[in-house]
Design a protein around this ligand. Structure first.
Ligand code: 6PG
Length: 242
């Protein structure tokens, strides 16, 4: 379905373009299938995007929110991706509580919670064993080491191909994460990346040849649309990439 790369001159321009694309994809999903399923990224970059989405008049009862990864902390922990998205967006709109599907992090064992969330996704999407559900939109960020979601370089999570959810590992800290095959089943994957510190990893990820284990964002080759939205400081050397 095509790969798109856009470099926006400023951070504000990046967020504005990301908002335009996400809202258009949401509306298209609702028009085509009666609902939109979107998985959110964490970290700091998407926060202003979530704050902007909260100001858009959307049919929230038709929108289901998931997360592509989660730190293994309680929802009220300052590092929680769920907590950030609720404060920036979800607490400000009239979305039914049942439409918010956070990754569970309270079992005391990330593997237990990963299996629990896998079951929740399979139930929601009515996905038989061995198959992967197609989310409408998966938002992703990218770390300066080339990781995305919680698929970190040289970790076992990169090799998981038979599950929807697995346990990621950031410097010994457990995380829950979508697996690469689940991400790659999405109808639309949108990376939103900003900052000069991301430039070296982007060069590795956009190189014709490269090491997916060292730069996990290379693994993301979805069956649907792939969008890379970059600000100038991150993407200036990629302006003319097709
Ligand atoms: C997380 C994210 C992670 C993030 C990147 C970029 O839980 O931290 O899902 O994959 O997108 O680390 O983070 P920044 O946007 O803060 O640079």
């Amino acid at each position: 379905m095509g790969k798109h790369v856009e470099v926006l001159p400023t951070m504000a321009g990046l967020i504005e373009r990301a908002l335009e694309l996400v809202v258009a994809q949401m509306q298209s999903s609702i028009s085509d299938r009666g609902q939109c399923t979107i998985a959110l990224s964490g970290g700091s970059t998407p926060k202003p995007l979530y704050e902007a989405i909260a100001n858009v008049d959307l049919p929230w009862q038709k929108i289901h929110v998931f997360w592509g990864d989660e730190r293994y902390v309680a929802p009220d922990h300052p590092d929680s991706n769920q907590g950030m998205a609720r404060r920036a967006w979800l607490d400000k709109v009239n979305i039914p509580a049942a439409n918010i599907h956070p990754m569970p992090t309270l079992a005391g064992d990330p593997a237990v919670d990963a299996s629990k969330h896998e079951a929740e996704l399979r139930e929601f999407f009515k996905t038989p064993p061995g198959e992967f559900p197609a989310l409408d939109i998966i938002l992703l960020g990218m770390g300066d080491d080339g990781h995305t979601a919680s698929l970190f370089p040289h970790t076992e999570a990169l090799l998981v191909s038979d599950r929807l959810i697995t346990v990621g590992n950031k410097d010994g800290q457990p995380r829950l994460t979508f697996t690469a095959p689940l991400i790659n089943t999405a109808r639309c994957v949108i990376f939103v990346v900003a900052g000069a510190n991301k430039r070296p990893a982007l060069a590795q990820i956009f190189a014709p040849q490269g090491d997916e284990i060292a730069y996990p964002s290379r693994l993301i080759q979805p069956v649907g649309e792939l969008w890379w939205l970059l600000d100038e400081s991150a993407g200036q050397e990629l302006k003319f990439v097709g």
